[in-house]
Design a protein around this ligand. Structure first.
Ligand SMILES: [Zn+2]
Ligand SMILES: [Zn+2]
Length: 351
């Protein structure tokens, strides 16, 4: 028996949302049914709804930053019980047998990882995400939310947290390491908090000074506005690691020039346009330019435990279901401080 719940769905790239009934599948033996309390608005949701990366399937129920309570478990589920506070991130299933899956990097599953929404489930059904009252997810893809964490502000960690934690850890952010964070939006502000907690010396590289006070309060030791260009001369060659969180084009040559010898710049944002840079920006100083996409399930749990230990959550604006379209525009113009989270209790039943 499927369960009918209410979802907030986009019907086209125009981005108007409609409340509508949605069927959630009856539980497989390894499934967990979650009553959703909060869903974060990730920039990916906007790219997907507006079909900026192609491949949009409508009606679409976005949302891959999800926290809620377990309300039912399948016969073979032993890790979770009814009443647990749990999270779901960008992925809902994978083959669990390929090398990537065995290595705990399910995001790179050779069979294709099942995205939490706008993806295709094993049974061929389109997946629907967190802007809804319930979700049913295979147990391996459910995260434990450590005790004591505030649920609403922890929600964005399910995507933005792991997206920034993974490259910071991989490229060695820690004491004595100079880290630059380009952009201070949903991803950037969490990158600053996590890098600072790892012990790195963090500089925010933002277009204007408007978020300076916040950046410093999140743990950055310095904050530089880049719009007048002087930072590119003064800070040339000074960073070991730069995390580029911007989802639009930036001058890659300018930012690569900020890296010191052997330094690495990692892109975690995904502009829809093709990007380019001069090869000499890498050749000189033996610099590296890398990409990173979210993280696997074991590392996502590790990130949540790290954030709990260091008292890190996102800085959020809690919004109602009828404000989502308005907040999409605000995210794009950089006017959200710093991640919008939908209170799913405000998603009234569709008639
Ligand atoms: Zn995301
Ligand atoms: Zn796999």
């Amino acid at each position: 028996m499927t369960t009918t719940i209410t979802a907030l769905q986009a019907d086209s790239a125009e981005g108007d949302f409609t409340r509508r009934p949605l069927e959630r599948r009856s539980l497989r033996a390894d499934d967990v049914r979650i009553a959703i309390r909060y869903a974060g608005i990730c920039h990916t949701d906007i790219h997907q709804v507006r079909n900026e990366w192609g491949g949009a399937s409508y009606p679409m129920t976005p949302g891959h930053e999800i926290i809620g309570d377990v309300v039912e478990v399948g016969a073979d589920v032993s890790e979770f019980t009814v009443g647990d506070t749990v999270g779901v991130g960008c992925f809902a299933d994978s083959c669990m047998e390929c090398e990537a899956c065995k290595a705990g990097e399910e995001q790179f599953c050779s069979q294709g990882v099942v995205a939490t929404y706008n993806g295709q489930d094993k049974d061929g059904e389109t997946t629907h995400g967190g802007y809804s009252q319930q979700i049913v997810v295979r147990d391996h893809f459910v995260l434990r939310i450590p005790e004591g964490m505030d649920a609403a502000s922890t929600t964005p960690l399910l995507c933005a947290g792991i997206t920034t934690y993974a490259p910071l850890k991989r490229y060695g952010a820690g004491p004595g390491v100079k880290v630059g964070v380009i952009g201070m939006g949903g991803l950037g502000h969490i990158a600053v908090k996590i890098a600072a907690a790892m012990g790195a010396e963090v500089t925010v590289l933002s277009r204007t000074d408007s978020k300076k006070e916040d950046g410093l309060s999140f743990g950055a030791t310095s904050y530089r506005a880049t719009e007048d260009g002087s930072a590119f001369q003064e800070l040339a060659g000074t960073f070991d690691l730069i995390i580029n969180t911007v989802g639009a084009s930036v001058s890659l040559d300018s930012f690569l020039g900020l890296l010191g010898r052997g330094g690495t710049m990692v892109n975690v944002g995904a502009p829809s346009e093709e990007q380019s840079f001069q090869m000499f920006s890498l050749l000189t100083m033996r610099r590296n330019y890398a990409g990173s996409m979210v993280g696997g399930l074991p590392e996502t749990q590790e990130m949540l435990d790290f954030c709990a230990k260091h008292g890190i959550t996102a800085t959020t604006e809690l919004i109602q279901a009828d404000q989502v379209a308005e907040y999409y525009d605000k995210v794009v113009s950089g006017d959200v401080r710093y991640r919008a989270v939908i209170d799913i209790a405000s998603l009234e039943n569709a008639s």
